[in-house]
Ligand binder design. Structure first.
Ligand SMILES: NC(=O)C1=CN([C@@H]2O[C@H](COP(=O)(O)OP(=O)(O)OC[C@H]3O[C@@H](n4cnc5c(N)ncnc54)[C@H](OP(=O)(O)O)[C@@H]3O)[C@@H](O)[C@H]2O)C=CC1
Ligand SMILES: Cc1cn([C@H]2C[C@H](O)[C@@H](COP(=O)(O)OP(=O)(O)O[C@H]3O[C@@H](C)C(=O)[C@@H](O)[C@H]3O)O2)c(=O)[nH]c1=O
Ligand SMILES: [Mg+2]
Length: 301
């Protein structure tokens, strides 16, 4: 199976290359060959790659930056998604499109289901929701997978920020009134590839198509997640720090974020038979990986 993935250095794109089994070839497609802000490059690139399926992993992911760059956020997350969706429709192949918990307002007291009404609080979430809508309107042969709080050894993420800050500071101030499910990009890659296999092997099953939630098992506040990150760092000889639990009102940011980001993964399990592991163990795995890599770098120097 040939699988084209948009984005080269993105967390999920890197994790997909890392985790793909031998019968799946991952072909990363990125700038300048495939630029989501240049729609004509998208079809040209995907047609040349001639994949069996496309995973749309590239996106504008700067949540705070998007508030002051809405045009670019929409160009990538809506128009770029449209270009990918039109290309897969023309090629007659399935699409896996990745979306986010930030399409929700976060006021529900229970985990969000796929058919709960979205109401994004910021530009990033609104642009991603616009991308979902254009995918649904363009090709029926899709799975939209909403994930959340992605961390990995690659790219930029909260886990790496915490390890970096812990090197310089005795105390990290972290919000405790936003809850969600931290999701390792490596676990996410396994889940996405399992869905890809289902879509390719069962082309006529409509139930496998549509919108699904896919996050790590278990829940945490950002402060809980930070505490687990520094605890894992302590176990593996990394930097230590105390976590001060604060309210979102004491950590002003350009974008508002949902208080409840918890997504129900029940439909994904029932329909696709996919279950991601609990975030605690995966956090430990990623922290250990990063500290080992850092130690190697220091030995090189
Ligand atoms: N990170 C998170 O916490 C979450 C992410 N998501 C969604 O999951 C998906 C994967 O996220 P993640 O891997 O973390 O993203 P990253 O921010 O790590 O990577 C984004 C990727 O998008 C690429 N990209 C940005 N602009 C363009 C463009 N104009 N043309 C082509 N490529 C572009 C980047 O390219 P380059 O390699 O050149 O830099 C990069 O590879 C995204 O759809 C995101 O919205 C959903 C929930 C949580
Ligand atoms: C760095 C830092 C952040 N925070 C807060 C700010 C924010 O409310 C929360 C998370 O901050 P971040 O900016 O790292 O995370 P953020 O960019 O909001 O992460 C989001 O990214 C997009 C792409 C998604 O799709 C979401 O699922 C989610 O993962 O933690 C602290 O309280 N203390 C800190 O030192
Ligand atoms: Mg951020």
């Amino acid at each position: 199976m040939r699988i084209a993935v948009t984005g080269r250095q993105g967390q999920l794109a890197m994790a997909l290359s890392e985790r793909a089994p031998h019968d799946m070839a991952i072909i990363p497609c990125g700038r300048p060959d495939l630029d989501l802000t240049q729609p004509e490059t998208v079809y040209r690139c995907l047609q040349a790659v001639a994949p069996d399926l496309v995973i749309s992993a590239a996106a504008y992911t700067g949540v705070d930056r998007a508030e002051s760059e809405p045009d670019l956020a929409y160009a990538v997350n809506r128009e770029g998604a449209a270009a990918v969706a039109q290309s897969v429709a023309a090629l007659g192949i399935p699409l896996i499109h990745i979306s986010t918990d930030y399409v929700f307002e976060g006021t529900k007291s229970e985990p969000y289901d796929e058919d709960d009404p979205p109401l994004p609080l910021g530009v990033y979430g609104a642009s991603k929701l616009a991308g979902e809508r254009v995918v649904r309107a363009t090709t029926a042969n899709h799975a939209i997978l909403r994930t959340a709080w992605v961390y990995s050894p690659f790219g930029r993420n909260f886990l790496k920020t915490m390890l970096r800050l812990a090197k310089d500071r005795p105390t990290l101030r972290v919000v405790c009134d936003q809850v969600g499910s931290p999701t390792s990009a490596l676990d996410l890659a396994d889940g996405v590839l399992a869905v890809a296999r289902n879509l390719l092997q069962r082309p006529r099953e409509e139930d496998l198509r549509g919108t699904f939630h896919m996050t790590g098992a278990g829940i945490a506040s950002w402060a809980d997640f930070a505490a687990e990150i520094v605890a894992a760092a302590g176990r593996h000889g990394g930097p230590g720090a105390a976590i001060e639990r604060i309210a979102s009102s004491d950590y002003p940011t350009a974008a508002h974020r949902p208080a409840n980001s918890i997504l129900s993964n029940a439909k994904l399990g029932r329909v696709h038979g996919v279950y991601l592991p609990d975030w605690h163990q995966s956090t430990n795995t990623v922290v250990r990986w990063l500290i080992a890599a850092d130690t190697l770098l220091e030995e090189d120097a």
